[in-house]
Ligand binder design. Structure first.
Ligand code: UD2
Ligand code: MN
Length: 376
């Protein structure tokens, strides 16, 4: 039998072992929670730019709301005429953005969310002089829902990057076969009439950027920007791809004689443009797969944009044709230029394969003889 004394010793030993086990477990849990928090902090830091003038607390965690803290911008004081340059890296840039495709808001509500965007979809930072002037050129026809979603995400996305920017929707008039590349030539010409843009972003209406570190500025070479799209498993589908979102300076654009005018219908024009880049002695630059991420809004092939069966033949000839067909030969007629609150809409007749139809006769003006008769 155990004595009372030895029972006490065993009891203490038992309690001691229990205490040690509890301490070990809680240390493990403690360690886990510490590493968890360090991990969170690290992730957040990754989305904080390392600019010198970094002052902001606007950084949101990965997958944040692109509008988070943006209303502070509208309260920023303008320093009048003598603004100093914005920092090299905007302190407002956040990392990943939570892109949930929806359009259950009115355009008025969207305007209220972007109070500093002025007529025609123009913006400049209120408190510093932008280092970059970027025009967004969107080829368009009958994709109202997509345009609404793009405006919702892209406006705050660009404001965070402290850009001087303008938003152009280039709308193909009529129902004739679609011609995306020709619309881009028109977009380039029309946008350059407004401002000395130093970069043009040619942007499919259905691509929504998912990472704010993907800065909408030009590189030394033409840039293919939409490198990682959800539709293609966030991988580059093939090496020479140059569709979706691309960024060119006016000099790049003119050096390659713009884009081809003779691709009617879906496909091929993007590869032609890619070829033009190298034929003009330039190369394609790209952001990383981590940053050049996009969601494509789901859609079917549009009416009036059937696959272009001639595209393979055309592509074989780019080397011979690029200097004769492009920006130097674009024929089109601008039907209207409307300055909406969040974008400039340019409706344009790009004609058909047969060329541009003759202009409608001008309204009959009264001749001098008519007037004399009238007064006489
Ligand atoms: C791919 C390319 C696109 C283009 C196209 C072939 C990517 C990511 N995208 O997109 O840049 O080269 O193939 O032509 O590689 N659009 C309208 N209304 C229409 C038809 C087209 O607004 O009726 C515009 C709109 O901006 C759209 C773009 O043209 O995003 C491209 O057309 P798409 O979305 O039908 O072609 P997709 O997704 O195959
Ligand atoms: Mn698309």
């Amino acid at each position: 039998m155990f004595s009372f004394q030895s029972k006490k010793i065993y009891l203490f030993m038992f309690l001691g072992i229990q205490l040690v086990v509890i301490a070990l477990f809680s240390r493990e849990a403690y360690k886990k929670s510490v590493t968890y928090f360090i991990h969170i902090l690290r992730k957040d830091n990754a989305s904080i730019p390392t600019g010198r003038n970094q002052t902001s607390t606007a950084v949101v965690a990965n997958g944040g709301d692109v509008y988070a803290n943006l209303s502070r911008l509208s309260k920023a004081h303008s320093q009048g005429e003598n603004l100093t340059y914005c920092p090299k890296t905007s302190p407002l840039i956040v990392g990943r953005i939570n892109v949930r495709i929806h359009s259950n808001f009115t355009m008025q509500e969207l305007q209220r969310k972007n109070p500093l965007v002025v007529r025609g979809g123009r913006y400049r930072p209120p408190d510093c002089e932008a280092r970059h002037r970027t025009a967004i050129i969107i080829p368009y026809r009958d994709r109202e829902h997509h345009l609404k979603v793009l405006l919702y995400f892209l406006h705050p996305f660009l404001q965070r990057q402290q850009l001087n920017y303008g938003f152009y929707v280039i709308h193909q008039a009529g129902n004739y076969t679609y011609n995306k590349a020709k619309l881009m030539n028109v977009g380039f010409r029309e946008a350059m009439k407004d401002e000395d843009w130093d970069c043009l972003f040619f942007h499919d209406v259905d691509l929504i950027p998912e990472d704010n570190r993907n800065t909408y500025v030009c590189d030394a070479n033409p840039k293919h920007v939409s490198v990682a799209i959800d539709k293609f498993g966030y991988e580059l589908p093939y090496n020479q791809v140059f569709g979706g979102v691309t960024a060119l300076s006016p000099l790049h654009y003119l050096k390659m004689n713009g884009f081809p005018n003779n691709y009617w219908g879906w496909g091929g024009e993007d590869d032609d443009i890619g070829d033009r880049v190298s034929l003009a002695g330039m190369s394609i630059s790209r952001p990383s797969l981590k940053v050049g991420r996009y969601k494509m809004i789901k859609h079917k092939l549009d009416k009036g944009n059937n696959a272009n069966t001639k595209r393979f033949n055309l592509l074989r000839k780019t080397r011979q044709t690029w200097k004769q067909d492009g920006m130097n030969t674009v024929e089109s007629r601008v039907i209207s230029r409307e300055y909406h609150p969040l974008y400039t809409n340019i409706t344009v007749d790009v004609g058909t394969k047969a060329g541009l139809p003759p202009p409608p006769p001008p309204p009959k003006a009264a001749t001098m003889a008519d007037q004399i008769q009238h007064h006489g």
